[in-house]
Write a protein that binds this ligand. Structure first.
Ligand code: GDP
Length: 310
């Protein structure tokens, strides 16, 4: 399956950016994606914890629709956005590291009521290590005492509707989070105050995955930021760049591999070489390579989770 398959070349010859969603367990990573998709993966999960890597493709049209209230006439130059959800449980460090290794940009989710937590810091260290740009989603703003719901509204508009008390609590918690990031050696600022948005100061977008405030801002920022600063990296190429997430046997299909197609095009019949799991006498330095050809390509529908049967 290759969620990137529908990422046909855009007018500007760019591929879709890949965004990875990271953060401490229970901060609302899955719920945020549910909110953007309009689905409910979170409730279907065992104990509500993501146990696999999931991926969702958001076509540009959908992003345009979700962000139209922000009246950003900035043209979307990318064909869409592929978002990868990594498992939150502490035992999945390896998968989280794989997910973050793939991405062009990340969303680091922080619960506004809890601030930075152990896996926030772990994620932060992965991002620092790989020099990956990220946007902080300061989630669960609806939990501020007395929050007035403004469903799916841009955050500045929603904030204006709040009482002085709510605004005060928000500012206090925001300042605490900014201080905690500073303790980790990272400068952060509310995204609409962060005019520079350079490498030095990362942007914070307040969000609610339950009532949708700030979601338009998050989507727009992701797309604008990637297409503005990563044009070289996002250039469409004929060279295939593809990463295997998982190998499994699917009834009716036999052995299938879940891959993320980062760049290029795959065709049925293409010959591919993947790394096997069995160490081989002939390849004393590692596993035996498997040479095979693509029998069929299955692509999840846009806006649907890879994990959900379509
Ligand atoms: P994950 O472990 O980071 O993927 O977190 P989940 O998406 O599973 O969310 C954890 C819990 O927090 C669930 O009970 C969600 O319903 C709840 N939650 C997530 N986002 C929000 C939010 O924005 N506001 C509120 N009030 N609850 C949220």
């Amino acid at each position: 399956e290759k969620p990137g398959a529908s990422q046909s070349e855009s007018e500007d010859n760019l591929r879709s950016p890949i965004c990875c969603i990271m953060g401490h367990v229970d901060t609302g990573k899955t719920k945020l994606l549910d909110c953007i998709r309009g689905t409910n993966v979170q409730e279907g999960e065992a104990g509500g914890i993501t146990q696999q890597i999931g991926a969702t493709y958001f076509p540009a049209d959908n992003i345009r629709e979700r962000t139209k209230e922000l009246k950003a006439d900035a043209k979307l130059k990318v064909p869409g956005l592929l978002v990868i959800d990594t498992p939150g449980h502490e035992s999945f460090t390896n998968l989280r590291s794989r997910g973050s290794g793939l991405c062009d940009i990340a969303i680091l989710v922080v619960d506004i009521m809890h601030g930075l937590e152990p896996q926030t810091i772990e994620s932060l260290n992965l991002l620092k290590m790989r020099n990956t740009e990220f946007i902080v989603a300061l989630n669960k703003v609806d939990r501020l005492y007395g929050w007035k719901v403004c469903r799916n509204a841009p955050i500045v508009k929603a904030m204006k509707q709040q009482s002085k008390d709510v605004q005060f609590e928000f500012n206090t918690r925001l300042t605490q989070v900014i201080t905690q990031f500073k303790e980790q050696g990272i400068n952060t600022e509310l995204y609409y105050k962060n005019k520079e948005m350079g490498k030095d100061t990362f942007s914070i977008v307040p969000t609610s995955a339950i009532s949708g405030e700030g979601i338009p801002d998050l989507l727009l920022l992701l797309v604008q930021w990637t297409q503005k600063t990563m044009v070289g990296r996002l250039r469409y190429s004929n060279e295939v760049q593809c990463t295997v997430l998982e190998v499994k046997v699917v009834e009716g299909h036999g052995t299938t591999i879940d891959v993320v197609l980062v760049n290029g095009v795959l065709h049925e019949g293409d010959q591919i070489v993947v790394c096997g799991m069995q160490a081989s006498f002939y390849y004393s330095y590692g596993a035996e390579p498997i040479v095979t050809s693509i029998r069929a390509l299955l692509t999840p529908h846009p806006m649907k989770e890879l994990r959900i049967k379509v």
